[in-house]
Write a protein that binds this ligand. Sequence first.
Ligand SMILES: O=c1ccn([C@@H]2O[C@H](COP(=O)(O)O)[C@@H](O)[C@H]2O)c(=O)[nH]1
Length: 281
Amino acid sequence: MSTPESFGTRLRRVMDERGPLCVGIDPHAALLDSWGLPDTVDGLERFSRTVVEALGERVAVFKPQSAFFERFGSRGIAVLEKSVEQARAAGALVVMDAKRGDIGSTMAAYAETFLRKDSPLFSDALTVSPYLGYGSLKPAVDLARESGAGLFVLALTSNPEGAEVQHAVRVDGRSVGATMLAHLAAENAGAEPMGSFGAVVGATLGDLSSYDLDINGPLLAPGIGAQGATPADLPRVFGSVVRNVVPNVSRGVLRHGPDVAGLRDAAQRFADEVRTAVAAA
Ligand SMILES: O=c1ccn([C@@H]2O[C@H](COP(=O)(O)O)[C@@H](O)[C@H]2O)c(=O)[nH]1
C-alpha cells in the first residue's frame, strides 16, 4: 500500500498556491437570519453551499464549525458531510472544527469518524483537545499519519478564559500550553516541508515571544475579525514562524453574504491584508 501524501505537504502546497487564509463555515442562527434564510436544515444547506461555491476555488482552507451542524441532528450532519465533499472537490482543504478529546479508547472512535479515509466525515484535519492529557490523542495521531491527515491541537486558544488552563504552570516550571507545543514539535520532528500536527494559537493573544511556537507545523490562528484581531497583528503574535500561520476568519467574512461578490470581496480583503502583513515580517 502506498503512503499517502501528508497533510503538512498538502497544506504547504495549497498555502503557496492560494495564500494561507482559512474561512470558517459557521452557520450561526443570527447569520442565517441576516442572510434571509430560515433557521432550518434547508437554511443551513443553502448557507453552506453558498459559502463553498463562492470561495471553494479561492481559499486554501475551510474550517466548518461542527457545532452549528450538530444542532440540527442527523440532517445537519448530512449537510456537513456534503459541505466537506464540495469543499474538497473545489480544491480546498477541510479542517473540521469539532474539538474532540476523550480517553484513548473513545478517542479512537472519534479518529475513525473524522480521520479514516472512507468515513463520510473524513476531513483533511481535525481540531482536538489535549486536556485529557496529550497521550490520550495517540489514536488520532496514529490514524492521521496512516491517512495523510492532520490534527490541530488546542494549545493557546483565542478566548480569554483559556488562560486559566493553558497558562497554568506545571511542577517542572513549564506552562501547560508550552507543553502542548513541545509535544507537537516532537511529533513533527524531521518532517518536510512541515509536519501535519498543528497547534491552535489565537491571533488575539498579543506577544507570545515567551512561547516556542517553532513546532515545524502549522499554526491555526482564529480570532481575526469578530474577536478583534487583525491580519496586521500576525507578525507580532507569531514572530519568525508567521509563514506557518493559517489565519482563520469566520464571521468577519460570512457577514458579507449571501451576496457571492460580497463574500469574495471580504475574503480577498483579508487575504490581501494577510499577504501584506506576512511579507513585511
Ligand atoms: O481558540 C479558538 C479555537 C477555535 N475557534 C473557532 O474559530 C471560529 C472563530 O469564529 P469567528 O467568527 O471568526 O470569531 C469559531 O468556529 C470558533 O469556535 C476560536 O475562535 N478560538
